[in-house]
Design a protein around this ligand. Sequence first.
Ligand SMILES: C[S@@+](CC[C@H](N)C(=O)[O-])C[C@H]1O[C@@H](n2cnc3c(N)ncnc32)[C@H](O)[C@@H]1O
Ligand code: SF4
Length: 387
Amino acid sequence: MIAGMNEGPGFGVYVHWPFCAAKCPYCDFNSHVRHQPIDQKRFVAAFARELATMRERTGPRDVSSIFLGGGTPSLMEPETVGAILDAVARNWRIPSGVEITLEANPSSVEADRFRGYRSAGVNRVSLGVQALNDKDLRFLGRLHNVEEALGAIRLAREIFPRMSFDLIYARPGQTTDAWRAELREAIGYAADHLSLYQLTIEEGTPFHALRTAGKLVELDLDLAADLYQTTQEVTAAHGLPAYEISNHAKPGAESRHNLIYWRYGEYVGVGPGAHGRFIEDGRRVVTFTEKHPETWAALVEARGSGVTGGEILSRSEEADEFLLMGLRLVEGIDLDRYEKLAGHPLHPERVAILREEGLLEPVGNSRLRATPAGMVVLDALVADLAR
Ligand SMILES: C[S@@+](CC[C@H](N)C(=O)[O-])C[C@H]1O[C@@H](n2cnc3c(N)ncnc32)[C@H](O)[C@@H]1O
Ligand code: SF4
C-alpha cells in the first residue's frame, strides 16, 4: 500500500535554499548564483525568524515531513542544516520517524558533506543526477560527470536510510531504445525511489532562447509520449512503478513530503520564493514570499517574514487545486473529499465523457483517477473537469 494511505495528508515544512554553483540552461526554479561566499548565518537567522512567524499563523502542529529544497541545498554547511532543523523543532512537534529530505547535487565536494547532513538529522536525500552519459550532462549544463554521480549515489545509499535520484529524459535526439537502456541502468543503481522528469522548455531560460532561434529541437509529441510509456513499462517491470506522473517507488517508499502536496495537505514554505498552503482560522490560505534572496532576508529582518503575497482560497479554487494535484497520483482522488471541498459533486456528464474517451477511470467506488492516456494530457483533462 502507498505510504500513509490511511492517514490524513499531513503537515509539511518546506525550506528553500536559493543558491546554486551555476545556473542550468533548462531551469526556471528560484535559484541564484553568487560569486561571493553566502552569509549562511544570516540566512539561518532569517529562516528561524520566518519559521517562528509561520508558527504564529498555524498554531501547534505535528510535522509529518521536512523538505530542504532548492536551488542546491547541498551547498549548505551541515551546521546550517542542523540549525534550520533545530528551528523547525522549536516551533512544531516533530514526532520520531519524520521524513527529512535534502536535495543534493552529485558533485564530490557536496558528497563530502553527506555524513554531516546525516548527523544533523537528514534521513533522505534526493540527488540531481539528470543523465547517465557525459555528453548529455554537458548538454544539460551540469557541473558533474557520470563518475561523480555514481560516486554520490553509492555514498548516499551507504549513509542515508532513504535516497532517490532525478533524471531528465526526452532530451533532444534521445531515442526510445537509448532511454530504455539508460533507465534500466539507472534502476540498477537506484534504492527504492526515482524521479523521472520529461524535459520541459521554460520561458526565460537559455534553452527557450535556443529553441526560438531554431538551435534546439524538442522531441515531437508522439516520441515524447512513447518515452513516457517506456518509462512506465520499464519501471513497473522492475518493481518501481509510478505513483505520480514523474515519481516511481517501491510500494511504501513514496516521498511523504510530495504526497502532502498531491494529497492536498497543509505545508508552510519558508525562504525566498517558497509557497505555503495551510488552514488558518478555518480557511485554506496560500502564502508566497519574495524571490530575491537578499531582499527576502532583509524583509524578514525588518518585519519577521518575507511573505509578499497570498490569499484565502474560495471553495471552488480549493476544489480545483485538489483536482489538479490529486489527479497526478496513481491512487487518484477521493470523490467525497472533492464534494466536501467544492460543495457539489464532479460534473457527472463530463466524467462520463472523459471515461468514454479512456482518460479517466474509477478506482473502487469512491475514487477516480487519470488513465495512462489521461496522464499524458493531464492539464487539459483537469481544465475540462474543473470548468
Ligand atoms: C529544484 S531541482 C533541484 C535539484 C538540484 N538543484 C539539481 O538540479 O540537481 C529539482 C529537479 O527538477 C528537475 N528539473 C528542473 N528543471 C527541469 C526542466 N526544465 N525539465 C525537466 N526537469 C527539470 C531536475 O531533474 C531537478 O533535479
Ligand atoms: S542545480 Fe538544480 S536548481 Fe540549480 S540551476 Fe541547476 S537544476 Fe536549477
